[in-house]
Design a protein. Structure first.
Lengths: 160, 749
C-alpha cells in the first residue's frame, strides 16, 4: 500500500515522515523517527506509557493515527529537558525516587507536565485523577504523587 | 559486620541510571534495532487443549517477505520423562512452554513462529500456517482438574500410581498437630480460594537476536537475569553458552515474571535460519494470555489456641495451579504461611496442580501471599474468638531468635516482634473509624536468597571508580551499590559509576529475584572494594618506601601510621590512580562468590478500608507497612519496595483476577478489564522501616523486595470483615462479590 507523507512539528522541530495508513503515531515515533522514549505497554490506551501532547492536549500516541499528526505540534519526553537542564519534574522525580524500573516514567512525566501547565496548584486528589491513566506497577504511586506536588510548589515559588 | 560511618549508606542519593530514565533515553528491551533487522511473530493455539497431529508451514514460507518459519522440531527435544533442571526450572517444561510439542496445552500456547520483513507480513504468514489439531476436553479450574473424570494433561504425570493432574506435593511437619489441637481451647478451620493474578509489568517481553555466520549469537532483551537468558537459550537451541552473549536491556518491571524467557530462543533460531537479526515484541494480549501469572489456589487452614493466646497447632493444605506444566510455588505457600510464629506443632501440605492455563511464573514472594492469606485470616478469627487484640495475639506467638520453623531452619536474630510493636505504637492503630470502615492487620514472611554473584571494582586513571555487577537493576540497586562503594572507599558518591555487565563482561550472576540482589551484590562489591583498598595501601607504601601495614585508608586517602606517621603527606585516590602504572599496573579487583547468610524477612501491615455498600467498592483509606529491612542502604528505594508491594497486594485482594470464558479462553487479556490499581484508587502508602541488621552480612542487609506482598491479602480481608461484620473467604473482594455478599442486586440487572 502506498505510504502517506506527513509534515509535523515534534519538540519544536519541523519533521516529515512516510507512514502506512494503519500506523499509529507511536509506531512512527518509535520507528522511523527514533524517539523511543514513549513506550508501548498495551497499545490500547490503558497504560499511558506512550503519553505525548498533540497541540498541547495529552494523548496516548498509540491511539492517534500517524496521519493525524499532519500540521500538528507534538511534544514528547525527548523534548522535556532544555539542553542539559532537566525539567523540574524530571529533577524532582530523581531526588524523590519516584521511579523504580522507569518504564512508565516518560509517560508519567509528560502527563504531570501537562497537568501543571493547566493547574499549577493541584490537590492530591487532582494529581491522582489526572494520573489515573498512567499505570505504574512498581511504586504504588506514593512517591510519584509527592514528587508532582512538590514540583508544583517549587514552580509556584519560582514564579513569584 | 563492618563499622559503618553512614556518610553514604542510608542516604537517598540520585540513582546512577537516573538521568537517562527521566529523559526517555534508557534503552529497554523493545528500544534496540539493528540494520537489516526483520520481525518475528508467534502463532498461538486457538484451543485450550489439543493434540498436534501435524503442522504445514508451506503456505507461510511461500508468502513474499517471509524469511523463516520454525516449529518445535527446530529446537532441542527434551523427553518428558527425564528431568533437566536449571535453577528451579526444568528444561522439559520450558521447551514445551516456549513452543508446544506433542500438544497445545492452553489457549494462546505458541505453536510456531515466523520471521518476515515486517510485523504485518509475519502476522499474515502466521495465519497461513495450517495446524492439524485433535481437539481435547480441557480443565481450567483446580476442582475440574482434580475431579475423578478430569481430562489428563500429561500421561507421564502420575500421582498415587495413576495418571493425574496433581504433579507433585510438598510436606512440612513439626511436632504433633493432633496433640496440639487437643490442647487448644479454640480451634478454627476455614477454606479459601484465590484467583490467578498477573505480575503486571508495564513492559511486554521483547528481544532482538543476531546470529552471525560463524554462530556467534547476541541477545538484547530485558529479563531478570542475562545469565538465565544465556543458559535457557543455550539449552533450548543447542547453541553453546560460549557462543551466546546476552546483553541486559533496562527492564520495565518483572516481579518474578521475567525470571524465565519466552522469546529469545525462538528469535535465535529464526535469526539463524533467516541469516538476519530478528526482533520480537509481545503485545499486551500475548503477555496476559501466555506469560505468568501466579497461581490461583484453594486451601484449608486450621489453627488452635489456648485461652491465654498460645497457639498450640497449625495445619494447612494448599492446592496451587501450576498452569499447563508442573511447577507451582507450593514451597512458598506451605513454607511461609506459619513462619512468623513460634508454633510447636505444624503440618503444611502443598499440591501442584496442572490445568489448561498458561504456565505460572514467579511473582514476588512466590506462593507466600497465598499461604499467608489463609493463615492470617484464620489467625484473626482465633484472636477474636479468644478475645485478644490481633496484634497482641501475633506478638505473643511471634517467632524470635531460636525459633524452629516447620520447613527446617532455626531463626537467627530477626526483627519480627519489632514490626508488631511498632504497629501497636503507631498513631494509625489508634485512629477512630466510622460506619462501614474497618481496620485489619496481618503479618508475613519471605525466605530471601543468596546465591551466585560477581563484581568487578576498577579505579580509573583519574582516580574514580567503576563498579560492574551482573544483576539487572529493577528498582534502584545501582544507587545502593554506589552508596556502599562510596562508603567503603570514603569518597564522594558521584565518583562511583555502577554498570550492569553482560554475560561476556562480568562473571556469572544469578537472577534478580528472591530479594537477593542487594544482599549478594553488596557482598561481592564489598569484598572487591576491600581488595582494592589493600592494593591502594600497598601502592602508597611502595611510593613511600614503608611496609604496607604502616598505611591506613581513611576518608579516601592513604595515610602513614606508626613510626612513619606524619612523615609523608596523605595520598588521595586520584594521586594513586595517576601513579598506578608506575607502581605495578592497573588497580582493580573482582570477586565471584556463592553468597550465603540471606536471612528471612518479616513484615506486619495495618490497613483501614471503607466499603461503599451501594457500589460494592472497597476503598483503602490508610495503609501502613512495618518491615524489618535489615539495613536500609538507600531508604527511599526500600520504602519504594514496601509501597509497591502493598499496592500489588491491594490489587490482588480487591480487583485483579483472570476470568475465563466457557471455551477456556482468558476473557480479560488487557489492562482495561484486568484492573490493576491506578493512581486514583490508592492513598499514600506509609512505610515504617525497622532496622535489625542481618548479622551474616557486612552491611547488615536483608532482602526487602518480596515480603511487602505477603501480608496485604489477609490484612485487607480482615479489614473488610471489621467494616461489614462479614468474612470473605475468596479473593478478589471485587464489587460484584461484595454486592452479592451484601445481598444486594447488581445495579441495572
Amino acid at each position: 500500500m502506498a505510504k502517506t507523507h506527513v509534515s509535523t512539528t515534534i519538540n519544536g522541530d519541523p519533521r516529515e515522515f512516510l507512514c502506512d495508513p494503519a500506523d499509529s503515531l507511536l509506531d512512527v515515533l518509535r520507528g522511523p523517527l527514533g524517539l523511543t522514549g514513549a513506550k508501548e505497554g498495551c497499545g490500547s490506551g490503558d497504560c499511558g506509557a506512550c503519553s505525548v501532547t498533540l497541540d498541547g492536549r495529552l494523548v496516548c500516541a498509540c491511539l492517534v493515527l500517524a496521519v493525524e499528526a499532519e500540521g500538528h505540534e507534538i511534544q514528547t519526553i525527548e523534548g522535556m529537558a532544555t539542553g542539559d537542564h532537566l525539567h523540574p519534574l524530571q529533577q524532582k522525580f530523581l531526588e524523590m525516587a519516584a521511579l523504580q524500573c522507569g518504564i512508565c516514567t516518560p509517560g508519567v512525566l509528560v502527563a504531570a507536565k501537562s497537568l501543571l501547565e493547566r493547574n499549577p496548584d493541584p490537590s492530591e486528589t487532582e494529581v491522582r485523577y489526572w494520573l489515573a491513566g498512567n499505570l505504574c506497577r512498581c511504586t504504588g504511586y506514593d512517591k510519584i504523587v509527592r514528587a508532582v506536588m512538590e514540583t508544583a510548589a517549587d514552580m509556584r515559588e519560582a514564579a513569584r | 559486620m563492618n563499622e559503618i560511618s553512614n556518610k553514604w549508606i542510608g542516604r537517598n542519593t540520585i540513582r546512577p541510571d537516573g538521568a537517562e530514565k527521566v529523559t526517555g533515553r534508557a534503552a529497554y528491551a523493545a528500544d534496540t534495532n539493528m540494520p537489516g533487522m526483520i520481525w518475528g511473530k508467534v502463532l498461538r493455539s486457538p484451543h485450550p487443549h489439543a493434540r498436534i497431529r501435524g503442522i504445514d508451514t508451506s503456505k507461510a514460507e511461500a508468502l513474499p517477505g517471509v524469511k523463516a518459519v520454525v516449529t518445535s522440531q527446530d529446537f532441542v527435544d527434551f523427553p518428558a520423562d527425564k528431568p533437566v533442571p536449571l535453577g528451579i526450572q526444568d528444561m522439559r517444561w520450558m521447551s514445551r512452554n516456549m513452543l508446544a510439542r506433542e500438544k497445545a496445552l492452553f489457549h494462546g500456547h505458541p505453536v510456531a513462529a515466523v520471521a518476515a520483513v515486517d510485523e504485518r507480513t509475519a502476522a499474515e504468514a502466521c495465519a497461513l500456517i495450517e495446524v492439524d489439531y485433535e481437539v481435547l476436553p480441557f480443565a481450567i479450574e483446580i476442582d475440574d482438574a482434580i475431579a475423578p473424570d478430569a481430562p489428563i494433561l500429561h500421561d507421564f504425570v502420575q500421582f498415587d500410581g495413576k495418571p493425574s493432574n496433581i504433579a507433585g506435593k510438598l510436606e512440612h511437619k513439626l511436632g504433633d498437630v493432633d496433640a496440639g489441637f487437643a490442647e487448644a481451647d479454640v480451634v478454627i478451620e476455614r477454606s479459601f480460594t484465590t484467583r490467578p493474578v498477573h505480575q503486571g509489568y508495564i513492559e511486554p517481553h521483547a528481544c532482538l537476536v543476531s546470529v552471525e555466520p560463524d554462530g556467534k549469537t547476541t541477545v538484547w532483551s530485558s529479563s531478570q537475569g542475562q545469565f538465565m537468558v544465556r543458559a535457557m537459550t543455550a539449552f533450548l537451541t543447542g547453541i553453546p553458552q560460549s557462543k551466546i552473549r546476552a546483553i541486559p536491556a533496562e527492564i520495565g518491571g518483572g516481579f518474578g515474571g521475567k525470571t524465565i524467557c519466552y522469546l529469545e530462543p525462538v528469535a535465535a533460531i529464526l535469526a539463524r535460519k533467516s541469516g538476519k537479526p530478528v526482533k520480537m515484541v509481545m503485545s499486551r494480549e500475548e503477555v496476559m494470555r501466555a506469560t505468568g501469572p501466579t497461581s490461583g489456589s484453594k486451601s484449608t487452614v486450621k489453627i488452635g489456641a489456648k485461652k491465654d493466646g498460645t497457639i498450640t497447632a497449625a495445619q494447612g493444605v494448599w492446592y496451587l495451579q501450576a498452569g499447563c506444566l508442573p511447577g507451582s510455588p507450593i514451597r512458598g505457600a506451605a513454607g511461609c504461611a506459619f513462619a512468623p510464629y513460634d508454633i510447636k506443632n505444624v503440618y503444611a501440605l502443598g499440591y501442584d496442580v496442572v490445568s489448561n492455563r498458561s504456565k505460572v511464573a514467579a511473582y514476588r514472594a512466590p506462593g507466600a501471599p497465598i499461604g499467608a492469606y489463609a493463615a492470617e485470616c484464620v489467625l484473626d478469627e482465633v484472636a477474636e474468638a479468644i478475645g485478644m487484640d490481633p496484634l497482641a495475639f501475633r506478638l505473643k506467638n511471634a517467632a524470635r531468635e531460636g525459633t524452629k520453623l516447620a520447613y527446617g531452619p532455626v531463626l537467627p536474630r530477626i526483627g519480627y516482634a519489632e514490626t508488631i510493636e511498632a504497629a501497636q505504637k503507631h498513631p494509625h492503630y489508634a485512629v477512630p473509624l466510622g460506619k462501614f470502615q474497618g481496620r485489619g492487620v496481618a503479618s508475613g514472611y519471605w525466605f530471601n536468597a543468596g546465591g551466585e554473584s560477581s563484581a568487578q571494582v576498577n579505579i580509573t586513571e583519574d582516580g574514580n571508580v567503576v563498579v560492574t555487577t551482573g544483576h539487572p537493576d529493577i528498582g534502584g540497586s545501582r544507587a545502593s551499590i554506589a552508596n556502599i562503594t562510596a562508603e567503603l572507599l570514603g569518597i564522594d558518591y558521584n565518583r562511583v559509576s555502577v554498570l550492569i555487565g553482560d554475560t561476556a563482561t562480568i562473571g556469572y550472576s544469578n537472577l534478580t529475584g528472591g530479594s537477593r540482589v542487594l544482599f549478594a551484590s553488596a557482598m561481592v562489591v564489598t569484598e572487591s572494594t576491600e581488595k582494592v583498598i589493600e592494593q591502594l595501601k600497598g601502592r602508597a607504601a611502595q611510593i613511600w618506601g614503608i611496609a604496607p601495614d604502616q598505611v591506613v585508608w581513611e576518608n579516601g586517602e592513604a595515610r602513614p601510621i606508626g613510626e612513619h606517621s606524619g612523615n609523608f603527606p596523605s595520598m588521595t585516590l586520584a594521586e594513586l590512580g595517576a601513579k598506578a602504572n608506575a607502581t605495578g599496573g592497573p588497580i582493580g579487583s573482582g570477586t565471584q562468590s556463592n553468597t550465603i547468610g540471606a536471612e528471612g524477612g518479616f513484615a506486619t501491615h495495618v490497613v483501614d478500608v471503607e466499603v461503599d455498600v451501594d457500589l460494592g467498592i472497597v476503598r483503602v483509606l490508610r495503609y501502613t507497612s512495618f518491615q524489618d529491612v535489615g539495613r536500609a542502604i538507600h531508604p527511599a528505594y526500600v520504602e519504594g519496595q514496601m509501597q509497591g508491594g502493598a499496592a500489588q497486594g491491594i490489587g490482588w485482594a480487591l480487583n485483579e483476577e483472570y476470568i475465563y470464558d466457557k471455551k477456556g479462553r482468558v476473557d480479560n487479556p488487557g489492562f482495561l478489564d484486568y484492573r490493576m490499581p491506578v493512581c486514583s484508587d490508592l492513598p499514600m502508602l506509609d512505610a515504617v522501616m525497622i532496622e535489625v541488621p542481618n548479622p551474616k552480612h557486612p552491611q547488615g542487609i536483608r532482602g526487602v523486595g518480596e515480603v511487602p506482598l505477603v501480608p496485604p491479602l489477609a490484612a485487607i480481608s480482615n479489614a473488610v470483615y471489621r467494616a461489614l461484620g462479614k468474612r470473605f473467604y475468596s479473593l478478589p473482594m471485587s464489587p460484584p462479590k461484595v454486592l452479592e455478599a451484601l445481598d444486594m442486586p447488581m445495579a441495572a440487572e
